[in-house]
Unconditional design. Structure first.
Ligand SMILES: [Zn+2]
Length: 236
């Protein structure tokens, strides 16, 4: 692996699944997805928040409370070890809104879909750490307005820091997608982008994905087993 220096890793729901975190799933019948028994359009869109803020805030309050009871798994631990020991550039772009990468010790993390444990003030645009509830409309610590919402990118909203992600992809020698179906843009475009710019591409996933054919190589298995094996290989 001596020719590889700069790595971009994309992680998705499959990395957190083994920690017991349920995430949005596409329904098999093609009628949209379910997340914890809620229809996505009822809890994870700006329109839903405008229509029924209590429902949306209560849903995210429950998710925020739940993730604080979960623990990182061997896939998170392995990526944290890669972060500590890899001398070249590394950017771990995650679609996950939990903090399990950080709790495992990883630092070079970018949350493209936001974070459950952040609140975003729609009055003053400040983001702050938030571990409690939002249903009672607490005041923003920065401006005092009761205008906090979950700092999570909803369907129909723009993912965060796309410029930084594409800049990292331009420099990447290796792009690795872990535990994500590869079916949802813009993340689905990362592999095509990386490959077009000459990076090697590797997919680590439980099963073959809709995007598998874009990758140079696909390795199948549970993230908790195949991610540590890949990291061992990179660091040997
Ligand atoms: Zn504010």
């Amino acid at each position: 692996m001596s020719h590889i220096r700069n790595i971009v890793v994309l992680t998705g729901a499959g990395v957190s699944a083994e920690s017991g975190i349920d995430t949005f799933r596409e329904a098999n019948d093609g009628r949209g997805g379910l997340w914890e028994q809620h229809r996505v359009e009822d809890v994870a869109t700006p329109e839903a928040f405008a229509r029924d803020p209590d429902l949306v805030l209560r849903f995210y309050d429950m998710r925020r409370e739940a993730i604080q009871t979960k623990q990182p798994n061997p896939a998170h631990e392995a990526l944290a070890r890669l972060d500590r020991e890899w001398d070249g550039d590394l950017l771990i772009v995650t679609q996950n809104v939990d903090d399990l990468h950080e709790r495992a010790g990883a630092r070079r993390i970018l949350h493209m879909h936001g974070e459950h444990l952040n609140a975003w003030c729609t009055a003053c645009d400040v983001r702050c750490r938030w571990t409690g509830t939002l249903i009672d409309r607490p005041a923003c610590p920065a401006c005092g307005e009761a205008a906090l919402r979950p700092d999570v990118v909803w369907f129909g909203e723009m993912p965060y820091e796309m410029d930084r992600i594409f800049a990292a992809l331009r420099e990447a020698d290796l792009f690795v997608s872990i535990g994500t179906s590869g079916a949802v843009y813009p993340a689905a475009g990362f592999v095509q982008n990386a490959a077009a710019l000459g990076a090697r591409t590797l997919e680590l996933n439980l099963e073959r994905s809709q995007g598998s054919h874009w990758f140079d190589e696909t390795r199948l298995g549970p993230a908790g087993r195949i991610v540590p094996a890949w990291v061992d290989e990179m660091l040997q």
